[in-house]
Design a protein around this ligand. Structure first.
Ligand code: B1M
Length: 215
């Protein structure tokens, strides 16, 4: 029988242990039992990745363990994604999203992307390690209204500033709203580099983007 608390605790453990098969099975079970996908994500999956980061910090985990935990997280997230993005509405704006140059972390970016899609936005996903010129091209050639930048490393945060400078140099900064986010990013940093907004999680990113495009 499905035991919500017990099975979801096991989902947390499966992600921390990098057991992708088990993480998928448990997520599928939780969804089939009608558990709220947002709750599965926020209460069990994201805290599991935080625990992985904590173990990395204290040298209990190394890059290989980060990678297998990330694979388990991504597999489970694929199951939740259709539920997070279910929408019938016509696009309310076009968002070019990517993880900035030098940065390969994409789980948070993918989550923000899925939630924005669920919020009715058309998404141009530029992937990871995205150079400023690719964001510029997404605005110039593909008509993005919003540029959404993710960074997980303190060392790659400056790429957000360089991207905004790139948009200015290309003469398209006034045409778009720029939002930023990621674990080390703050509202203060957003103000410093002249971004239009900062969100600290995927749901907040949707509310922020809605607010900006309606202005
Ligand atoms: Co790395 N890593 N990593 N890593 N990694 C962190 C970020 C770190 C904090 C771990 C630690 O030390 N505790 C640390 C950064 C330290 C720092 O800069 N302050 C770190 C490091 C050091 C590194 C390497 C340098 C390790 C090395 O090689 N020695 C290396 C760098 C590689 C590179 O990018 N050039 C590296 C590599 C990796 C892997 C590739 C192995 C893997 C990523 C796999 C992948 O993404 N495909 C990985 C992982 C998995 C992590 C941790 C453990 C988990 C990240 C994650 O997915 N979190 C991470 C520790 C941690 O964050 N707890 C860590 C879950 C995800 C849902 O959260 O991405 O924060 P997050 O997204 C959130 C919010 O931040 C926000 O919404 C999301 C949902 O709520 N958000 C936005 C994100 N983007 C947004 C954009 C928005 C708005 C909100 O608007 C546009």
């Amino acid at each position: 029988m499905f035991e919500p608390m017990e099975d979801l605790k096991q989902l947390y453990d499966a992600i921390v242990d990098g057991n992708a098969g088990r993480a998928k099975t448990l997520t599928t079970g939780a969804v089939a039992e009608g558990m709220n996908p947002q709750e599965i994500l926020n209460k069990y999956m994201i805290p599991a990745m935080d625990e992985v980061g904590r173990r990395f910090e204290i040298n209990e985990y190394f890059v290989p363990e980060l990678l297998i935990a990330a694979r388990a997280m991504k597999g489970a997230l694929e199951i939740l994604k259709p539920l997070l993005t279910a929408t019938g509405a016509k696009p309310v704006g076009k968002v070019a999203i990517g993880t900035v140059k030098g940065d390969l972390h994409d789980i948070g970016k993918n989550l923000v992307s899925a939630m924005l899609e669920g919020g009715g936005f058309e998404i141009i996903d530029l992937g990871v390690d995205v150079t400023p010129d690719k964001f510029v091209a997404a605005v110039k050639d593909r008509g993005a209204d919003v540029v959404a930048l993710s960074a997980l490393l303190t060392t790659t945060m400056p790429s957000m500033k360089t991207t905004i400078e790139g948009l200015k140099e290309a003469g398209v900064r006034d045409r778009v709203k720029v939002i930023i986010g990621g674990a080390p990013v703050t509202q203060k940093y957003a103000d410093e580099i002249g971004a239009d907004g900062y969100a600290d999680n995927a749901s907040a990113a949707v509310a922020l983007t809605r607010g900006l495009v309606s202005k």
